[in-house]
Design a protein around this ligand. Structure first.
Ligand code: NA7
Length: 541
């Protein structure tokens, strides 16, 4: 007869991977529960996204006061945001302030690069192997490894041969980078490239942008927050967070329930003018609801935005190059810009459409396209990320019967609630693929998941339960539901990270269902039902 598995005592009860916004909140919750917990962070300080991304122009696209944590009244009362869309240095200061206030730092171990995690089903523990050879065991492994934390470089010949500095935006150096008078190349025009280009156009000598496909960008309309405004925001925090709770994306912007065709043309144009002048994502998430669902509605709004680009870019040939022709507005993540289109009116800014004249190679002195050679002092790769699953693929997770996560997810993620994977007991993804955190204003999404997961952890710890795993049925149903939620949306056709595309990663050239598009309220409701039903879909014990 097979002996009953016996839980062995691990080094730690809980290990959290990652000290960004998500991991830090989970740490705080577990400490308050009195749990034995430590965080392993690969960087040498806290902050995650806000620690790594230091490129000029990096800032929130979320209203600052909707991005901060909502869990502590005291924190809300004492922190002042200085801009409506706060820049990276301030965001990093905020994260550090939270860490100090809640005395989290002693519970975080830095420079811990997790390479492998192996589940031992007999003893019900995870063994974690770090890059430097150290190991640690834990009962529960909680990943907070970010959704855009595995940067990807193009696969171009000669990249190592360039004599000047070159780096991915994610690895923009901590030390100041000399830009004045320099000839700078930026490859990539996603949300990152668009922030960077707007910020440095006036600082560099010459700026040459290599654009593969243009994006539909919209004005951010950032502004400082005065002391009086901050006082008013503070007085309205409860109302602001309630509003975020009730919108699909966790922002203060929710869809207008009318359809484009229901509104007389003059009225809808006036509405769109107002949206174009409104700060933040209103233009994307506060638009008529069918703009993101119906081809004709989307085409009409896209034509409106195309005209805005034509108004803002003085050279009509250049303007056409900046207008996307292969997808409509909002089908891909909308980059929010500050002076982006006007940058192209400057004499020192040049656009190279590499859709027309592809890059052939990087040379020791610059970039060679099919048309000519360009010379640069600095090359910046704003080429995006192996989004969502990339950070997981970077760690060798080995579950029951030797199942490897990166193989199991080869054709796309399979999860239950975006939280757990069958065959990987006691591993919880706090911002995993197919959860709502990825499609929402991130902190709003992660507070939901962390609060809920903390309830589950309390439940299992109190009952002496040592093993939690989703049933294959529950997982299959959730994954099918996630896929179904893509069907009504035009974004299902996009070739962007929302659908798991990345030309720089082998095999990432077909749709993968990465994010939960059912909206945050529906996701929260589902989590609540699962808990009420005694954690339906999970096998406990
Ligand atoms: P994105 O949005 O994935 O953008 C990456 C950009 O880089 C995009 O313009 C790509 O062109 C371009 N790209 C990628 N690979 C190449 C190669 N090989 N050659 C030329 N151009 C390339 O990443 P971001 O960092 O801008 O934004 C990520 C998220 O960060 C964003 O959504 C926010 O949530 C914050 P393409 O469009 O694929 O033709």
């Amino acid at each position: 007869m097979k002996a009953e598995p016996r839980a062995r005592t691990p080094d730690r009860q809980f290990v959290i991977i990652g000290a960004g916004m998500c991991g830090l909140y989970q740490l705080h919750k577990l400490l308050r529960m009195g749990a034995d917990v430590t965080v392993l962070e690969r960087g040498d300080d806290v902050g995650g996204t806000w620690y790594w991304n230091r490129y000029p122009g990096c800032r929130f696209d979320s209203e600052s006061y909707t991005y901060g944590y909502s869990f502590s009244k005291e924190l809300l009362a004492e922190w002042d945001w200085t801009e409506h869309f706060s820049p990276q240095p301030e965001n990093l200061r905020y994260v550090n302030h939270v860490v100090d206030k809640f005395e989290l730092r002693p519970h975080i171990q830095f420079s811990c690069d997790l390479k492998r995690a192996v589940w031992d089903d007999e003893h019900r523990i995870w063994t974690l192997e770090l890059a430097d050879g150290r190991t640690l065991t834990c009962r529960y492994l909680l990943t907070a490894i970010g959704l855009l934390s595995a940067p990807t470089m193009p696969r171009l010949a000669g990249m190592d041969s360039f004599r000047g500095p070159s780096f991915h935006t994610y690895h923009w150096p901590k030390e100041p980078v000399e830009l004045a008078g320099k000839r700078v190349a930026v490859i990539g025009t996603g949300a990152t490239g668009v922030q960077l280009i707007g910020a440095i156009a006036g600082q560099v000598g010459e700026l040459t942008v290599f654009q593969r496909r243009p994006n539909w960008c919209a004005p951010l309309h950032n502004a400082p927050i005065s002391a009086a405004e901050m006082a008013s925001i503070r007085a309205r925090y409860a109302e602001i967070f309630k509003k975020c709770d009730n919108t699909p994306g966790g922002f203060i912007h929710g869809p207008d329930r009318r359809r484009v065709a229901e509104v007389p043309r003059g009225e809808r144009l006036a509405f769109w003018e107002r949206l174009y002048a409104t700060p933040g994502f209103a233009i994307w998430l506060g638009n008529f609801r069918d703009v993101l669902m119906d081809e004709a509605a989307n085409a009409e709004f896209s034509a409106f935005v195309a005209d805005k680009i034509r108004e803002r870019v003085t050279d009509p040939v250049l303007a056409e190059k900046l207008i996307p022709k292969d997808h409509g507005f909002g089908v891909q993540r909308v980059p929010m810009e500050t002076g982006y289109y006007e940058a192209y009116n400057r004499d020192n800014v040049h656009l190279v459409s590499i859709g027309e004249t592809p890059i052939e190679r990087i040379t020791p002195t610059g970039i060679r396209t099919s048309e000519r050679d360009y010379e640069f002092d600095l090359i910046v790769y704003a080429t995006g990320f192996d989004a969502v699953t990339g950070a997981f693929d970077g760690i060798d997770f080995v579950g029951t019967e030797g199942r490897r996560l990166r193989d199991y997810w080869r054709d796309g993620p399979l999860t239950y609630l975006g939280l757990q994977v069958a065959g990987f007991p006691n591993m919880f993804m706090l911002a995993g693929p197919q959860s709502a955190s990825l499609s929402t204003n991130f902190p709003r999404g992660i507070e939901t998941v962390v609060d809920w997961a903390s309830g589950l952890f309390e439940h299992v710890v109190q009952r002496g339960i040592h093993r939690v795993e989703p049933t294959p049925d529950a997982q299959a149903q959730w994954t099918a539901h996630v896929e179904e939620m893509y069907q009504g949306l035009l974004l299902r056709k996009a070739k962007s990270w929302f659908t798991g595309y990345n030309s720089n990663v082998e095999g990432h050239d077909k749709i993968r269902y990465m994010i939960y598009n059912g909206g945050a309220p529906r996701y929260r409701q589902r989590l609540a039902e699962v808990a009420q039903q005694g954690y339906a879909g999970f096998r406990l014990g």
